[in-house]
Design a protein. Sequence first.
Length: 324
Amino acid sequence: MKIALVVGINHYKYGGDLFGCVNDAYNVKTILSRHSDGSVNFDCKLLVANSDKDSIERGELKDAVEKLFSTKAEVALFYFAGHGHIEASGGYLLASDAKRGDDGLSLNEVLVLANNSPATNKIIILDSCHSGIAGNPPTVKDSAFLSEGTTILTASTAEQYASEEDGSGVFTTLLVDALSGSAANILGDITPGSVYAHIDQSLGAWEQRPIFKSNVRSFVSLRKISPLIPLDDLRKISILFPTPGYQYQLDPTFEPEMKGRDEGMPEPIEENAKIFAILQKYNRLGLLVPIDAPHMWNAAMENKSCKLTALGEHYRKLASKGRI
């Protein structure tokens, strides 16, 4: 079971309203609820505040976070978009009724709830100002205390503000983009680490900097998209390349096209052409390169070989160990 609490607060009774947080929360809920094939992913609870009629008070926010992290689940994920505050006593997430910064839900409280959670994996994603302090006790500088299985991903450092652009948070726009498939590996898995890598690469040195903190033995998949290559084809990589550094010999019989053949060249062989189609898929995904030839077509027509890249060797090992 995977559960998520998704919170977006635009309305603040005693402070400046925000404009993109509710929209961001809806987008995060939508992308987390289903895998790309339509199958169920996270069971999401949505809390949003657009006006005084649906304002979210601190107690309601805290109760929802407590319920989330008291559930024994494979993954318990907390997403928050709204105002954040930082002072000497630590960081806070502000609900609609906050009159001052320390009226909010303490990030230390959130961390305690997550650290003590029976959930196997606890993930906290914060799109709020100064959210990078999450996980850092106020009395210990530049240190984070996370129990095993806990991951924190934030929009900015403790000193920075989180920006909005075109009606959405810059961070959450990149988050949704990553979960939509931009951060997927060849198998179609999207992990917290790959999400962070996507966001980190998308923001320049002068922009808000995302923060990633984690204490896990292995990354959990947040969402799945269709694999970039049929898994049956990918599993063949350890058969076609049985040992590290193996070079697969090609010749003109692998190329199915008759065009471009010199007189006397052997004609295509159907079985070899099927293998060549798989090798070309590997090549397009960066798993394989031709040796001493600019393209796979040249390698076949000139009796050259091909070999796996470092990434290809990684997937060869996974396939040989039955992990694909």
